[in-house]
Design a protein around this ligand. Structure first.
Ligand code: S3P
Length: 175
């Protein structure tokens, strides 16, 4: 690339959205990608496509370790330069995975209050980590994960309308 060539969106490092279940990573990510005119990657969907099973089916017929191994294996492919990537809520807990995300992507934590998260996700089908867990237990899971989420390069208040959140995320990525 010559020194004068403009940096186009496709050459930016990927934008990796991280955060707890129900924080809006997929919805915000798809909107940011649409606004920026770049590809959108959803790591959960990549895992589902690879396994030929839904996330819930993977947990039910195999186990969480199998899901995590697929998630970890597909992570590098998801981090495509210029793309917006929604990572599953547990995808950055593995230290090697987190290092890869931190090195390759602009990581953005969508921080959403537990009240909002719980309203969105409780009773929702297809969320195996919620099965048999009380509200307090899910909140405790969020608290255990929060220190990792807080390591993201940027944190955005996700407790606002999706278009407002997406516009802010896009602005961060464009800066
Ligand atoms: C998980 C979050 C889910 C999915 C799986 C496990 C987690 O993705 O990867 O159910 O460990 O938090 P979303 O965060 O997109 O719901």
């Amino acid at each position: 690339m010559s020194a004068r060539e403009p940096v186009t969106p496709r050459r930016r490092p990927p934008l990796a959205l991280i955060g707890f279940m129900g924080s809006g990573k997929s919805v915000v990510g798809a909107l940011v990608a649409e606004l920026a005119g770049v590809p959108f990657r959803d790591l959960d969907q990549m895992v589902v496509a690879q396994a030929g099973l839904s996330v819930a089916e993977i947990f039910a017929t195999r186990d969480e370790a199998y899901f995590r191994s697929l998630e970890k294996r597909l992570l590098p492919d998801s981090l495509e330069p210029g793309a917006v990537v929604a990572l599953g809520g547990g995808a950055v807990l593995d230290d090697e995975s987190w290092t890869l995300v931190a090195e390759r992507a602009l990581s953005v934590y969508l921080e959403v209050s537990f009240e909002t998260i719980w309203d969105r996700i409780h009773g929702q089908p297809g969320r195996p980590l919620l099965a048999g867990r009380s509200r307090a237990e899910v909140e405790a899971l969020l608290e255990r994960r929060r220190p990792r989420y807080m390591k993201a390069r940027r944190t955005v208040d996700g407790d606002r309308p999706v278009d407002v959140v997406a516009a802010e995320v896009l602005q961060l990525w464009s800066a």
